[in-house]
Design a protein around this ligand. Sequence first.
Ligand SMILES: NC(=O)c1ccc[n+]([C@@H]2O[C@H](COP(=O)([O-])OP(=O)(O)OC[C@H]3O[C@@H](n4cnc5c(N)ncnc54)[C@H](OP(=O)(O)O)[C@@H]3O)[C@@H](O)[C@H]2O)c1
Length: 216
Amino acid sequence: MKIGVLGAGLMSDALATRWVEAGHEVLIAGRTPERAALLAERIGAGARHGTPREAAGFGDVVLVAIRHEGVLSTLRDAGAAEGAFQGKTIIDCNNPVEVEDFTLVTPAGTSLAERIQDLATGSNVVKAFNLCQARVWEMRPPAFDGRPLAVPFAGDDAGSAALARTLIADLGCVPVRIGPLHRARHLEAMAAVVIGLLFGGADPYTVFNLITPAAA
Ligand SMILES: NC(=O)c1ccc[n+]([C@@H]2O[C@H](COP(=O)([O-])OP(=O)(O)OC[C@H]3O[C@@H](n4cnc5c(N)ncnc54)[C@H](OP(=O)(O)O)[C@@H]3O)[C@@H](O)[C@H]2O)c1
């Protein structure tokens, strides 16, 4: 699979590295082009860097892994309102959570995932990977007591859900579709709780053990 990656930080590093190891190709773009270039270089064969528009056009899937303040503006810059993501599956791992009171910054009754869906004309958004810290996604594989991590995701489109299942399974995890995209509101709210625990010093490897393969 070809995967565009918007963002060149911790989450892009963890997920893109593991997807390339699984045989996928990535094109990474970030606000700071040098950081995207360094990340692509570090990942090596299977990774390259480019502009946000190039990342949007690169493949069937685009991971968006940007600080929440910059998500919508980055997508706009990448041409979201002009159809640059038409037919693409957007994987949204972002948490719109402020880290003083650990509350959501999205308007009531919606989610960042749904706002991305509204903005990126013709795309299909899937919310996934937002509940565990980057260090967990770096595990090979993310498993605890020998049992694989279950990864809940939400999305409306069956084809995009199938792609998300593949990308979750390629990490050695168990995909669990929890419902349509509006359920991203609950994943984002869960993340607000998790982030509060992590900032309080909880162990990222045990704070939120979704070790329920039977639920897949
Ligand atoms: N880190 C985690 O453990 C974790 C886990 C689950 C979900 N998430 C979510 O995943 C997303 C990415 O997290 P991360 O830890 O990878 O973040 P990060 O390391 O801080 O960097 C992510 C990217 O966001 C860019 N960025 C920051 N502010 C921006 C702005 N205002 N406009 C445009 N681009 C901006 C950065 O560009 P520069 O290089 O120029 O700063 C970088 O390319 C966040 O939404 C976060 O909530 C993070």
